[in-house]
Write a protein that binds this ligand. Structure first.
Ligand code: HEM
Length: 295
């Protein structure tokens, strides 16, 4: 059973405690050292590709999945004491096969969706790529502490995650025997509660021009955020995303490359779904493999 699916509080807390050391500041630093090599490689590849043509998004996704499958198939080698190794070992102790779960985290939903969401918006709003480029200046792409201080980079990521929440109707919870009263609303016992994050994100009473991509609302136009509590891309409380700091640090590094290399849009080779930029020209989504390389 995946960690997030452990609904028994004590089981969940114990399993989460097991995972916690893998996300400590020291562990993240150690892990970053490895990942940042791939970020430099990504930046170089982007530069090369920009000269020789586009990279196909779908090929990149296939490559990414192959890398992770190969990594998981190899199993935990003693010298590989990193995040993947740690989680696989811990989950083995809990009699859980972490393979599918890790593949789930790494290859797909959250990480990939968030990377794609930001790129999707950048592709549709190239002026923000220029702005990122200017903001980056000569900031080192692998200096994750310096990247964390860049307001527009952070704002672009937050805004894209607001418009494309990874769990559009997610965070399913169920009340217990007693039900629960929130303000003056009583939710009866054993009721499943769904939070429609996508709908909330677009509400005018939460965000002015809620359906528009306006990163400046997170920086110079705070009045456009009418209810900041409506934005919780990593969820809240005891079940919130344990990997959020790592995810944000890695996303900043990947998207800094987009700004640095001023990524441009070309038509998609296999036609586009909505998130691919679809009717508006498709996209060159070169970054998925950077995410994959991270793991
Ligand atoms: C931008 C990328 C990411 C987003 C948007 C994201 C989002 C989320 C959200 C919304 C939840 C809560 C689900 C719920 O309420 O039921 C969650 C849980 C979780 N996430 Fe992430 N996540 C991201 C990246 C990561 C990464 C990189 C890792 C680990 C390497 C990770 C590991 C987890 C785990 C283990 C949980 C379950 C936590 C628990 O139940 O205690 N996530 N994530």
């Amino acid at each position: 059973m995946a960690l997030f699916a452990a609904r028994d509080r004590s089981v969940h807390s114990r399993r989460r405690r097991d995972w916690q050391p893998a996300f400590s500041p020291q562990a993240i630093r150690h892990y970053e050292e490895k990942v940042l090599l791939h970020i430099e490689e990504l930046d170089q590849q982007l530069e090369l590709k920009a000269k020789s043509g586009a990279v196909d998004w779908y090929e990149s996704v296939d490559w990414c999945q192959e890398q992770i499958q190969a990594r998981l198939a190899k199993g935990p080698a003693p010298e590989l004491r990193d995040l993947t190794y740690y989680i696989m070992e811990k989950e083995k102790e809990n009699n859980v096969d972490a393979g599918p779960w890790l593949r789930g985290i790494v290859c797909s939903p959250s990480w990939r969706e968030a990377l794609a969401a930001v790129l999707h918006e950048l592709v549709l709003h190239p002026e923000h790529i220029d702005k990122l480029h200017a903001e980056l200046g000569d900031t080192c792409l692998t200096d994750t502490n310096a990247l964390a201080e860049l307001p527009h980079l952070n704002a672009v990521i937050q805004e894209a995650m607001r418009l494309h929440p990874f769990l559009p109707t997610g965070g399913i919870r169920k009340t217990t025997d007693t039900g629960v009263t929130i303000r003056d609303v009583h939710i009866p016992p054993h009721t499943t509660v769904l939070t429609p994050l996508y709908t909330i994100s677009l509400r005018e009473d939460c965000f002015e021009q809620g359906s528009s991509f306006i990163p400046d609302r997170w920086t110079t136009r705070p009045e456009m955020v009418r209810n900041a509590a409506a934005h919780a891309p990593f969820s809240l409380g005891k079940y919130n995303c344990i990997g959020q700091h790592l995810a944000m640090r890695m996303m900043r590094a990947v998207h800094a490359c987009a700004g640095h290399q001023k990524v441009q849009v070309l038509p998609s080779s296999r036609g586009g779904r909505e998130r691919d930029g679809g009717g508006e020209g498709g996209s060159v989504y070169v970054f998925c493999w950077a995410g994959a390389a991270c793991f």
